[in-house]
Design a protein around this ligand. Structure first.
Ligand code: KIV
Ligand code: ZN
Length: 400
């Protein structure tokens, strides 16, 4: 067992809920709200906490400063474009941090070079290296991101990757900025860059979810040699969002047979972190969201409920407690059978005889046919009506 643990390589979790996540519509947070979320992320055990993009706004600058001041044991990252003004602003915001990272980026794909930056490949290469060198004057932990890496000519990407490592970058992030990549292709690209770097820097991935593949692409990248994953709680982020932290962490944990890696995440804080984020921004995860959605551990189909009640592992691959949810929920509806109804009644404090259960089941099916889902209150009302009827009959027998 110990050998198995020792062999497992560490994957670093870089959380960007407060930067990439926060910059998307409906997700803005005030500075104190960012601090509350940062405290939760620290409890969760993220390795690097990207707290903002200081040049972008005064709020971002203050958030990075406050998080750096209040959470000195956490490595705080600040984003900066590859230019002097941005890097200096990021460095200034990070001044109070005990553990800081400057995360500087520039786009490397021809599409971005031609239409957005209007710069040559050589210019971008030089600016990337200059920004890394400048950032290294403020901290020895510098990350470089090649924006739109997955649509960049791989030969040029390799050239940039090696150049920024020589300039002092400790982490090279290769974002799938527009969520265009597919797992096999992503693994190929990441594997090539990891081999080129050959342990001189950590290769990181940052996958957007435009095709719903952010988690799959991140996992493929880890198998190919990436050792840092950038992600967000509930998968929030630009457009369709980023790789969801809870998904990447729980996949590696649940399928440890396929992923011989460990993270520093205390998984029982996943659901509370998701809930806190939902309360701070203007939306929560969709009900069927993996790991943290309200239906993620809810069983409604009769056959599923029956199997689950006999042995949870028939329909549950994760114990809900592992992610901080007290227990799996049985959702009673028209597909539920007597077995599930009995369990629900017991949960509500009532042991029913077979005849009593039949009577309650009859009323339950009538309600379930009329509307979606039957609430605990409605089941309690059925039980109370039944019990009241039994009492009346008992009183009559006693009086006779
Ligand atoms: O999606 C992206 O490319 C980014 C970078 C700034 C890391 O968010
Ligand atoms: Zn991004």
């Amino acid at each position: 067992m110990m050998d198995e643990v020792r062999e497992r390589e560490r994957v670093y979790i870089f959380d960007t809920t407060l930067r990439d996540g926060e910059q998307s519509p409906g997700c803005s947070m005030t500075v104190p709200e960012k601090l509350r979320m940062a405290q939760k992320l620290a409890e969760l055990g993220v390795d690097i906490l990207e707290a903002g993009f200081p040049i972008a706004s005064e709020g971002d600058y203050q958030a990075v400063r406050l998080v750096s001041t209040e959470l000195p044991w956490v490595r705080v990252a600040a984003l900066a474009r590859a230019c002097r003004l941005d890097v200096e602003r990021a460095a200034s915001a990070l001044e109070p941090a005990k553990l800081s990272r400057i995360h500087t980026f520039i786009a490397t794909s021809d599409i971005h070079l031609k239409y957005k930056l209007r710069k040559s490949r050589q210019q971008v290469l030089e600016e990337a290296c200059a920004a890394v060198e400048l950032a290294r004057q403020y901290t020895d932990d510098v990350e470089f991101s090649a924006e739109d890496a997955t649509r960049t000519d791989p030969d040029y990407l390799e050239q940039v990757t090696l150049a920024v490592v020589n300039a002092g970058a400790k982490t090279v992030n290769l974002p799938d900025t527009v969520g265009y990549s597919v797992p096999e292709e992503h693994a190929e690209l990441i594997g090539r860059m990891a081999r080129a770097v050959n342990g001189r820097a950590i290769i990181s991935v940052h996958c957007h979810n435009d095709l719903g593949l952010a988690t799959a692409n991140s996992l493929a990248a880890v198998l190919a040699g990436a050792r840092q994953v950038e992600c967000t709680i509930n998968g929030i982020g630009e457009r369709a969002g980023n790789c969801a932290l809870e998904e990447i962490v729980m996949t590696m944990k649940t399928r440890a047979d396929r992923f011989p890696f460990v993270t520093n995440i205390s998984t029982e804080h996943l659901f509370p972190a998701s809930q806190l984020l939902s309360s701070l921004i203007s939306f929560g995860p969709q009900p069927n969201k993996a790991i943290v959605g309200s239906n993620a551990f809810a069983h409604e189909a009769g056959i599923h409920q029956d199997g689950y009640l006999k042995e949870k592992s028939t329909y549950e691959i994760i114990d809900p407690k592992t992610v901080g949810i007290p227990e799996g929920r049985l959702v009673l509806g028209k597909h539920s059978g007597r077995h599930a109804l009995r369990a629900k009644c017991e949960h509500l404090g009532y042991q029913l005889s077979k005849d009593e259960l039949d009577a309650v089941y009859h009323g339950f099916i009538e309600i379930a046919d009329r509307k979606k889902g039957v609430t605990d209150q409605e089941i309690l009302a059925l039980i109370h009506t039944l019990k009241a009827g039994e009492q009346v009959r008992a009183d009559r027998v006693a009086a006779d």
